[in-house]
Design a protein around this ligand. Sequence first.
Ligand SMILES: [Mn+2]
Length: 294
Amino acid sequence: MMNDYFFHLDPSFRDPETARYRLLPVPYDGTACFLKGTVKGPEAVLAVADQIEHFDEELRVEAFQNGILVLPEIPPADSPEEEFQRIYETVKARELFAHGSSRFPIIIGGEHSVTPPVIRAATESVENLSILQFDAHTDLRDSYLGSRYSHACAMRRSLEYTPHLVQVGIRSISAEEFADCPDRVHRVITPEMIENEFGYCIDRIVHGLTGNVYITVDVDAFDPSQAPGTGTPEPGGLTWRQVVTIIRDVCIHKNVVGADVVEVMPLGNGNIITEFLAARLISKIMAYTFRSGG
Ligand SMILES: [Mn+2]
C-alpha cells in the first residue's frame, strides 16, 4: 500500500483545494530493457519521506506551509502508448500546470518515459518552457528496441513539444545521439566540466534556459555511490551537493513550474539510500520554490 502523504501533516496542509505542491506517483517500468523495478519507486520514496525533517536547514523555511497533496497513483498501462496517454490525460484533468504558480506538480517515477507526456501537458499551459534534465544519458534516441516511447527516447519525445533543453550529468551517449545533438542545438554539461569549472557551468545552465523551467531528474545523474538503486548506475556521476546547488541557483534565477524525479529502483535488503535521496531532493525542490505568505 502506497502512502497517500509525503509528510505526516495536519489535514489542513493536505487540502485538495489549496495545496500548492501536488505529488503524482507514476509507477511504471514497461519499457525497461535490463533491470526492472522502477515500478516500485514511488512507493519506496513515499515510504521514507516522513523520515525527513520538515524544516529546510539551508533556507530556514517549512515548504509544507504551502500545502503538500499526494495524488492517487496512475496505475501502469499495458502498452507505452497507453501509458503516455494516461499520464497526459491525468496531468491535464488535474490541471497541474493550468493554475500558474498556485500549483507546483512533482511527478515521482517510474522510468524516464513518464516525462514526455508531462512536458506535453506543461507546454500547453506554460509559454516558452525549457527543460533542465539531470541524467547520465541524453535519452535522445528516436526509437529504442522497437519503441519510440522507450525510456531511452524520453528527451527526443520531449523535444517535440519544446526545443529548449539543457542536459546535465551526461556521460553515456550513442554515436547516433552524439551526431544528432551538437552543443549548438542545446547544452550538454558533463560531470567532468562541473568538476573543473563549477561556476562557469552554472552560468551556462542558467543562460541556456528560458524564463519558465521544468526540471527532470533521472537519479542515475548522481554518482552510483550516492544513488545505487537505479537500472544503469553509470560511474563518474554528480554529487548531491552539485545537483542541489544547480537546482537552487536555477530556482533563484528562473520560474520553475514543476519537476519530476525518476528511475528510482529500490534495492531492498535495507538499502534505502536512493529512495531517501529522492525524497530529500523532492523536499529540497519544494524548499527552493516555496512561496512565503502563500
Ligand atoms: Mn534518463
